[in-house]
Design a protein around this ligand. Structure first.
Ligand SMILES: Nc1nc2c(ncn2[C@@H]2O[C@H](COP(=O)(O)OP(=O)(O)OP(=O)(O)O)[C@@H](O)[C@H]2O)c(=O)[nH]1
Ligand SMILES: [Mg+2]
Length: 262
């Protein structure tokens, strides 16, 4: 009786975590990802753990695999869009569903291609438990890494892109502004999203930079955990060239705003 009561109270007061994963043509990765996440969930206590896949009607049938797995795992959810509308839109729709319908207290956003190892998940939850509002998986702090086999141009763009961003936005508390592996508390979502959702130009990498910038500007407690980013082995990258145009525009905009405020 006493044990049942404790169990009931535990379930009632447990915080809810939703891992939000945007997918487009990830049939070679999604099952592996979901199985790995379910295994890692067993190492995280005190949270009700869930997965939300946000698929843009991938032609390769990713959603079918997720639907099948959601019968096996009751904590797997699918948000299916009719057409491809970009990574930024998928993040926004995923967070809206997670914090709204699924009643999440915190969300962890990650890629489906296993470049973001599910094994790092407990580190993010640990930081949230310790009081962080926003946690970034960083490749540019001690213990983090980018793939050795990346071409020089990609290494250069990623490393100096992040350094330049830190300098231009005038914030030194984050080292990896473009990282798509992050934990976000509900308070952060509610404050930041109204500031950025109208701007359709900021998708993908620029979305991540502008989201992180507004988190820092709003005075939330941020922290970083080191991640070793690995290249995908299945499927193709959807990373386009849009960020080469949109990111500098965003950074110039922020810089000019700051100059005119002074
Ligand atoms: N729903 C949705 N997901 C997307 C879209 N574009 C990319 N994704 C997903 O977003 C995640 C990141 O995309 P990737 O193509 O891996 O991009 P990246 O990790 O920045 O680049 P790589 O290092 O080359 O893999 C993956 O899980 C993709 O399947 C989109 O338009 N809609
Ligand atoms: Mg990737």
């Amino acid at each position: 009786m006493y044990f049942t009561l404790i169990l009931a109270l535990d379930i009632l007061f447990r915080m809810k975590l939703v891992v939000v994963v945007p997918t487009y043509n990830e049939k070679g990765n999604v099952e592996n990802l979901i199985n790995s996440l379910e295994a890692v969930f067993l190492k995280i206590s005190g949270w009700d753990k869930n997965i939300l896949i946000v698929d843009d009607n991938s032609p390769d049938g990713t959603a079918k695999i997720v639907e099948q797995l959601s019968k096996e795992y009751k904590n797997v959810h699918l948000l299916l869009h009719r057409k491809k509308s970009g990574l930024g839109a998928a993040y926004l729709a995923g967070m809206k569903e997670a914090f709204g319908k699924l009643r999440a207290d915190a969300v962890i956003v990650m890629d489906a291609d296993l470049s973001h190892s599910p094994l790092y998940l407990p580190m993010f939850v640990d930081q949230i438990n310790k009081g962080s509002d926003f946690v970034v998986g960083s490749r540019y702090i001690k213990g983090g890494a980018i793939p050795k086999n990346w071409g020089l141009h990609r290494k250069f763009l990623s490393y100096f892109g992040n350094k330049t961003t830190s300098f231009l936005v005038g914030k030194k508390n984050l080292n990896d502004w473009t990282s798509g592996y992050r934990a976000i508390k509900k308070e952060v979502y509610e404050k930041v999203v109204p500031q950025i959702e109208g701007n359709k130009r900021f998708r993908g990498y620029t979305f991540n930079i502008s989201f992180a910038y507004h988190v820092c500007e709003s005075g939330f407690t941020t922290s970083q955990v080191p991640i070793k980013f690995t290249d995908r082995t299945q499927g193709k990258s959807k990373l386009g060239l849009e960020y080469l145009f949109h990111t500098p525009i965003f950074l110039i905009h922020i810089r000019l705003n700051k100059l005119f405020k002074v």
